[in-house]
Design a protein around this ligand. Structure first.
Ligand code: AMP
Length: 120
């Protein structure tokens, strides 16, 4: 599958669609989710064109991977969710209902987040 350069996060990265940025560096952009599922719900994305975790983990440089992981930790600290707790989540593909085909990590916090997964 080829990267779709018109996906919504690619358009955010190009500045074509506004976003509520909470963090940015050379490799990473993080912004608030437009449809938050917790009082704090932030998306952390690489600036590079990666479809999902599978693509990112195979094809991103060590610097890009390190930057994303460091950013997630740093953003969580800045959001003030370390003490109360937070959840990170990345959906890959159909079974996980990945909606946007640009790799992203969700950060949820500021409420009790319930069980890890809904049971069947
Ligand atoms: P996923 O199902 O993991 O692909 O999650 C995609 C997420 O992107 C959802 O939580 C959406 O609410 C969020 N989203 C979609 N469009 C935007 C947007 N323009 N700005 C911020 N978040 C968005």
């Amino acid at each position: 599958m080829a990267y779709d350069s018109n996906n919504i996060f690619a358009r955010i990265l190009r500045g074509e669609i506004p976003n509520d940025t909470v963090y940015e560096d050379d490799h990473v952009l993080a912004f608030r989710d437009i449809n938050p599922q917790a009082p704090t719900h932030v998306l952390v994305i690489p600036k590079g064109a990666f479809i999902s975790m599978d693509d990112f983990s195979q094809n991103a440089s060590d610097a890009e991977i390190a930057a994303l992981v460091r950013a997630v930790g740093s953003i969580a600290r800045d959001l003030g969710v370390v003490q109360s707790g937070y959840r990170i989540l990345a959906n890959h593909g159909r079974d996980a209902n990945q909606e946007v085909p640009h790799f992203h990590v969700h950060i949820f916090g500021h409420r009790p987040l319930g069980p890890m997964l809904q049971r069947e």
